[in-house]
Design a protein around this ligand. Structure first.
Ligand SMILES: Cc1cc2nc3c(=O)[nH]c(=O)nc-3n(C[C@H](O)[C@H](O)[C@H](O)COP(=O)(O)OP(=O)(O)OC[C@H]3O[C@@H](n4cnc5c(N)ncnc54)[C@H](O)[C@@H]3O)c2cc1C
Length: 228
């Protein structure tokens, strides 16, 4: 989007589009690894936290999650590094070795398994850095150009329980952007139904209420914190 704003004088004139230039982005690495045997994992979706100093990661057991791999003779996993900036220069083999070592620490069954195939993809500056202070620069769904609507996980101001950095948020804002187009064109068309998320569990609801209360107290005292 920043390249589009830079390259397009019509967008560059608009303050809301220029504000997008203030957002920072992060590098991502996506891997897929095939093993010579089936290794059961406790959970199909997992977070790898604390293994890399600056990068977080997730790994998924694709035999459990995707029909394509359900009957595969060996285990197939995907593992993605988020904020992978300092890992990008490593070779594919070094990255695969790291993934296997991290995964084997969580699931010791991988210690005896051999890698039979792998893919490593690098995506420099591919995702929005949802860092403190970035909210003010994220776009609203409706823009200063009346027939341009924004969608994606970075859009703010869409009152829905699916919040930033999630596929749900991207999906919901896509549907609501399409609904805004239908309404602007006013030529009929069936708006998409957008389901809300289930209500928060009691402890989450209590934590949210506490944060709201702190925000109000801080605002009354004239304090502004990006963390609140
Ligand atoms: C490592 C990692 C793990 C994640 N894990 C999860 C998870 O477990 N669950 C979850 O819900 N979310 C997860 N997320 C977040 C999720 O992937 C994003 O929130 C979601 O993909 C955002 O969707 P989007 O459509 O807003 O943007 P994107 O998915 O980034 O889509 C934008 C698309 O636009 C294309 N594009 C860019 N520029 C142009 C151009 N000029 N012309 C045409 N096309 C262009 C890009 O190629 C891209 O395909 C994860 C993200 C990362 C990085």
């Amino acid at each position: 989007m920043q390249k589009l704003v830079s390259a397009n004088p019509a967008l560059a004139k608009q303050p809301d589009f220029r504000s997008i230039m203030e957002l920072r982005s992060l590098d991502v690495i996506a891997t897929r690894i095939w093993f010579d045997r089936r290794v059961a994992t406790r959970y199909p979706a997992n977070v790898l936290s604390g293994f890399e100093t600056t990068a977080g990661a997730t790994f998924f057991n694709l035999n459990d999650l995707q029909d394509e791999y359900r009957n595969e003779p060996g285990t197939v996993i995907s593992a993605d590094f988020y904020h992978a900036n300092s890992l990008l220069p490593l070779s594919d083999q070094e990255i695969v070795d790291r993934v296997v070592s991290h995964v084997a620490t969580c699931e010791p069954g991988f210690k005896g398994a051999k890698v039979t195939d792998s893919i490593v993809l690098r995506f420099p500056k591919a995702v929005t850095h949802f860092s403190p202070g970035s909210y003010q620069h994220r776009p609203f769904q409706a823009t200063t150009i009346p027939n341009v609507f924004m969608a994606g996980d970075w859009v703010k101001g869409v009152p829905h329980g699916a919040n930033g950095l999630s596929q749900e948020r991207a999906y919901v804002t896509g549907l609501s952007a399409a609904n805004l187009v239908i309404s602007r064109l006013d030529r009929g068309g069936q708006p998409a139904q957008i389901l809300d998320v289930e209500p928060d569990e009691p402890h989450i609801a209590a934590a949210r209420a506490a944060v709201r209360g702190l925000r109000e107290v801080a605002a009354a005292a004239g304090l502004r914190s990006p963390f609140l």
